[in-house]
Write a protein that binds this ligand. Sequence first.
Ligand code: MN
Length: 134
Amino acid sequence: MTQEDIIPKKGTIFIVEDNLINMKLIKDLLDYHNYNIIEAYNGKEALEKMAAHREEIDITLMDLQLPEIDGLELIKIFKNDPKTKHIPIIVLSAHVMEADMHKALNAGCCNYITKPINVEEFVNKIDSFFLHCQ
Ligand code: MN
């Protein structure tokens, strides 16, 4: 039996990120910390994956700048859909501009993490989110 068989997963995180290096970093980090991962690399894929996996997804990590449909638009779509509006969204963005964060918060995202991520802070934030906000 491997360790993976014994330790239950903490939850399932849906990562929407088009940058391959960021995606790999975040995925590996969350996988190492015992989360299930579902990934999407553009807006269209995000809609498809959300439709297919909405029952399993505990939180969404959302990049704002994405091909096909941008993150802000996706937040609006997910938050206006009764089937997905309960799923918390954390924005993951290099945009530190207050106006962008304001738009994301208004559209229904509940928190944000700025890139480049600080590994320790990032994991702490996700862990505490699962402990306190579920
Ligand atoms: Mn991006």
